[in-house]
Each structure stands twice: as structure tokens, then as C-alpha cells.
Design a protein around this ligand. Structure first.
Ligand code: HEC
Length: 125
């Protein structure tokens, strides 16, 4: 009985580390694709300061309340369909990879562990 419990405990630790490793991998892949496709305009830290930004149209930084309030679904939609001057990436980036970018944007650029902007703040932008 004790051995069975120990085995289950070890198994769950193993599964948790695999899960953490997979999430990390997702973030890494998301960064790689972001650096290839989005960096040009949005910049490597998402500040809207990529090399093309000034010459074309400058996106807001992902840290400002408006950009910070964009949800995962919305970001996915924008990458898939484009938004005003931003082009669509539907033919260039597979859906799975679009989600990896979304994950990266949320975790690393919007820093979603911080409090989100309230809807009033967003409306007043
Ligand atoms: C050619 C330049 C360019 C590239 C490349 C680009 N964007 Fe944008 N993006 C913009 C500009 C400019 C805006 C702000 C105006 C607009 O929405 O068109 C914007 C807006 C956005 C928004 C906010 C839309 C809203 O709700 O107002 C998101 C989210 C976004 N981009 C994500 C991405 C991601 C993720 C990528 C990479 C797949 C990417 N962008 C690639 C130029 C670009």
C-alpha cells in the first residue's frame, strides 16, 4: 500500500514537471515566432518600437491599458484576420502557432500576472 502511494506520488511529480516543461516550450516557440513575425512593428519587448514602426504605423505598447486589456481570443483574432493597418497572418502562421504567440504575448509582454486594466480605463483611452 505504502509503495503504491509512493509510486503515485512519484508519477504525479513526473507529470507535473512534464506539464511545466511543455508550457515553457510553448512560451519559447511563441517567442521565436513573435521575433520573426511581430517584432518588426511591435518591438522585441512589445513596446511598439520595432524597426518598421516609425515608418509605417506605430502600435501601442502591450503594457498600456488598452493593449493590456486585449484578451487571448482577441489577439488570436487580430493575428488571424489583421486589424486596420496590421496585416492578417492566417496564411503564414498555423493556428497552433498563433496560439503560441498569444501565450507569449500574454505572459511576457502583457505580463498578465499583473492586474488588468478596468473597462473604464480602456474606454477612456
Ligand atoms: C507591419 C507591422 C505590424 C506587424 C508585423 C504586426 N503588427 Fe500588430 N499592430 C500593428 C499596428 C500598426 C497596430 C495598431 C493599429 C492597428 O490595429 O492596425 C497593431 C495592433 C495590434 C494589436 C491590437 C489590436 C487592437 O485590438 O487594437 C495586437 C493584439 C497585435 N497588433 C498583435 C500582433 C501580433 C501578435 C503580431 C505578430 C503575429 C503582429 N501584431 C504583427 C502593426 C503590426
Amino acid at each position: 500500500m505504502k509503495r503504491k502511494l509512493l509510486f503515485l506520488f512519484a508519477l504525479s511529480i513526473m507529470l507535473m514537471s512534464i506539464q511545466a516543461w511543455a508550457a515553457q516550450g510553448n512560451k519559447e516557440n511563441g517567442k521565436t515566432i513573435y521575433d520573426k513575425k511581430c517584432w518588426w512593428c511591435h518591438g522585441d519587448k512589445g513596446a511598439g518600437d520595432g524597426p518598421v514602426a516609425g515608418k509605417y504605423a506605430t502600435p501601442r505598447p502591450f503594457s498600456d491599458p488598452y493593449m493590456n486589456a486585449r484578451t487571448a481570443g482577441h489577439i488570436y483574432h487580430v493575428v488571424s484576420r489583421g486589424n486596420f493597418v496590421m496585416p492578417s497572418y492566417a496564411t503564414q502562421i498555423e493556428p497552433q502557432d498563433r496560439w503560441k504567440i498569444v501565450h507569449y504575448v500574454e505572459q511576457e509582454l502583457q505580463k498578465k500576472s499583473q492586474p488588468r486594466a478596468t473597462s473604464e480605463e480602456v474606454v477612456s483611452q
